[in-house]
Design a protein around this ligand. Structure first.
Ligand code: KG4
Ligand code: ZN
Length: 342
């Protein structure tokens, strides 16, 4: 069977065609980076309008690449939680219209579960569940106990900024382009990660599996502007200063993410770690996770870079829901928020 999966939770408009044997027949991602760049972050209203313009061409392109007509699609999957309300609505409306027109099943996708499922798609022939799931993206930084692809219990999450959001905001302070993650990673390659000692919130505190990045962001600001000063708009940083700040910031984020992921493994007694989301594309983070996993004998699965940032291929998780008989009615809604640990 052919599943058409749609993804419009944030600022990528994506469609993919996947078979029930997990063969990816097409994957199309229309990035909106250039629309949001001059604002240094995603502007929700611009994102939803861009989804509206792009969703049909993206679906057409995916079907064309897969060599299929609409009549050969057997089910439609769409991410309906969490994300930006206006963005989610565009994908959901498109999915519902296709299901009504073709009288085929509509399947809901949880975007965070899908980010972890990307690890399973890449781990051919290996079982990744049960595992600790770490999702690090522009909107989320969360840890879950994942007993199966659809069985997630929250363990902790950021109490303020997401890791990717911190990358984006610090990049803007350093005069680097949006999205900040790849720009900071590139600048950091020429910098000294020990040039500035920046804060690591809740570090080595196994009682808390939460994250906080707003203090780190403020510390970068004071490092640039000088103690007690917030305005640095007229300060010129040399390329080496930018590189050192980028490397020191990246190291602080990576230290925190690695520390909490392994604290979650200790807390749960699980021996497998799956990591997904845009920030999981970060080379330094991947390297440090691999090192730590080897040292502690933990099975590590990090999504391949093309499946870290938002895409519709990870919507293949919908096949698990279909198998479990979880099909939606046409009054399905969007749920922008995240369910947190209590
Ligand atoms: O998963 P994603 O595409 O969208 C959300 O669901 O939020 O993640 C986008 C985020 C952005 O904040 C971007 O700066 C970050 O992922 N990112 C990275 C890297 N590539 C993308 N952060 C650090 N290093 C990277 N190489
Ligand atoms: Zn995402």
């Amino acid at each position: 069977m052919n599943l058409l999966a749609l993804e419009t939770t944030c600022d990528e408009t994506a469609a993919a065609v996947i078979t029930d044997r997990l063969e990816v027949r097409a994957s199309v991602v229309a990035s909106q980076d250039e629309l949001h760049r001059r604002f240094g972050g995603v502007v929700p209203e611009i994102a939803s309008r861009a989804h509206l313009e792009r969703i049909l061409p993206v679906i057409h392109e995916a079907l064309e690449k897969a060599g299929l007509s609409l009549g050969e699609v057997d089910a439609v999957a769409v991410a309906n939680t969490p994300g930006l309300a206006g963005s989610l609505l565009v994908g959901l409306a498109a999915a519902k219209a296709l299901c009504v027109a073709r009288d085929i099943p509509l399947v809901a996708v949880n975007h965070l579960q899908a980010h972890i499922y990307a690890c399973r798609l890449a781990a051919v022939g290996q079982e990744v569940f049960p595992c600790v799931g770490l999702i690090v993206s522009g909107g989320h930084t969360s840890l879950y106990r994942c007993l199966g692809p659809l069985d997630f219990t929250p363990l902790g999450a950021t109490i303020d900024d997401a890791a990717g959001e911190a990358f984006d905001k610090v990049a803007s302070m350093l005069g680097l382009p949006y999205p900040g993650g790849p720009a900071i990673a590139a600048a950091a390659a020429g910098g000294n990660p020990r040039a500035h000692l920046l804060p690591r919130s809740f570090f080595q505190d196994d009682q808390r599996l939460d994250f906080s990045f707003s203090g780190l962001k403020t510390a970068v600001r004071y490092t640039i502007a000088g103690p007690g000063r917030l305005d640095f708009t007229r300060l010129e940083l040399s390329p080496q200063q930018v590189a050192d700040l980028a490397a020191s910031f990246q190291e602080a984020v990576v230290d925190t993410l690695v520390d909490k992921a392994f604290a979650a493994l200790r807390r749960t007694g699980l021996r497998t770690l799956c990591v997904g989301g845009g920030v999981a594309a970060n080379v330094r983070l991947r390297g440090r996770l691999e090192e730590e996993a080897r040292r502690r004998g933990v099975q590590l699965h990090v999504a391949p870079p093309r499946l870290c940032t938002d895409n519709a291929v990870m919507g293949a998780i919908a096949l698990e829901r279909l198998k479990a008989g979880l099909v939606e009615k046409l009054d399905l809604e969007v749920y922008p928020g995240v369910v947190r640990a209590t």
